[in-house]
Design a protein around this ligand. Structure first.
Ligand code: PGA
Length: 224
C-alpha cells in the first residue's frame, strides 16, 4: 500500500536533557530511511537544541518538532517561544492540543494566529482537533484527531470511528488534508489505526516516552 505516514512523538512535559538524549541514542540507530514514513519527535522546549544536535550528529531520519509556538511575532512577550526563534531548530509544531486548550485557555483564534506564525517561518503546523465540530484554521494540511476521552486514558477510539471522523474532516476541508489519530496509541493497537485508508499516521503521547515501545510502533508503520 505504502501511503505516506507520520509517526509523531509528543513527549508533553516529560524528560530532561539527559533523558531526552538517552531516548535519541536508543531510537535514532533503529530508524531507517523509508520514504513513506516520517518520524517526528516533539520534546520540551529546553530539550530541543540538544535533541537537534544529537539527530544531526547521528544523521538519523528524525524530524524535530515543538509542542507549541507563540501566537505573536518576536518581541515583548515574556515567556513565549516565537516561530522565528524556533524555526532554527524545528520543522513542525503541534498546535491546539486539548491540554493547551483546557489548561492554558487557548482559543480557536489564538490557534489560528499560531498557525499563521508557524507558516510564516516554514514550520509545519499540526493542529489537534477533538472532533468534527472543532474549526481547522485556514492553510492547515495536517491535523490530528484526538478525542478527549482517549487522551492518556488507556481507552482509545476505535480505528473505524477514527477513520469515519477523518473522512468527515476531509469532506469538510478537502481531500488533501492529512489526518492523524492520537489518544492511547500503543504498539498493540497502532497497526489497526495505520491500516485505515483515511488515516495518515499517529500522534503518540505516553507510548512515545518509552524508546522500545516507540520503535515498535515505527517498525509497524514501515511495514504498512
Ligand atoms: P496519549 O497522548 O498517547 O498519552 O493518549 C496523546 C496526545 O495527547 O497527543
Amino acid at each position: 500500500m505504502n501511503k505516506q505516514l507520520w509517526i509523531i512523538a509528543n513527549w508533553k512535559s516529560n524528560k530532561n536533557i539527559r533523558e531526552a538524549l538517552e531516548w535519541i541514542d536508543k531510537v535514532g540507530p533503529e530508524l531507517e530511511n523509508r520514504l513513506h514514513v516520517k518520524v517526528v519527535v516533539c520534546p520540551a522546549f529546553t530539550d530541543i537544541e540538544e535533541v537537534k544536535k544529537a539527530v544531526l550528529v547521528g544523521n538519523y531520519p528524525l524530524i524535530v518538532g515543538a509542542q507549541d509556538v507563540s501566537p505573536f511575532a518576536e518581541g515583548p512577550y515574556t515567556g513565549e517561544e516565537s516561530a522565528r526563534i524556533l524555526s532554527e531548530l524545528v520543522d513542525l509544531a503541534i498546535l491546539g492540543h486539548f491540554e493547551r486548550r483546557e489548561n492554558f485557555g487557548e482559543t480557536d483564534q489564538m490557534i489560528s494566529e499560531k498557525v499563521q506564525q508557524a507558516k510564516k517561518f516554514n514550520i509545519t503546523p499540526l493542529v489537534c482537533v477533538q472532533g468534527k465540530e472543532i474549526k481547522v484554521p485556514e492553510g492547515v494540511n495536517l491535523i490530528a484527531y484526538e478525542p478527549i476521552f482517549a487522551i492518556g486514558s488507556g481507552n482509545p477510539d476505535t480505528p473505524q470511528n477514527a477513520a469515519l471522523v477523518a473522512q468527515g474532516l476531509k469532506e469538510q476541508y478537502g481531500e488533501d488534508l492529512e489526518v492523524l489519530y492520537g489518544g492511547s496509541v500503543t504498539s498493540d493497537n497502532s497497526k489497526a489505526f495505520l491500516q485505515q485508508e483515511e488515516l495518515s499516521g499517529l500522534l503518540i503521547g505516553k507510548s512515545s516516552l518509552d524508546p522500545e515501545e516507540f520503535v515498535k510502533i515505527v517498525k509497524i508503520a514501515y511495514l504498512i
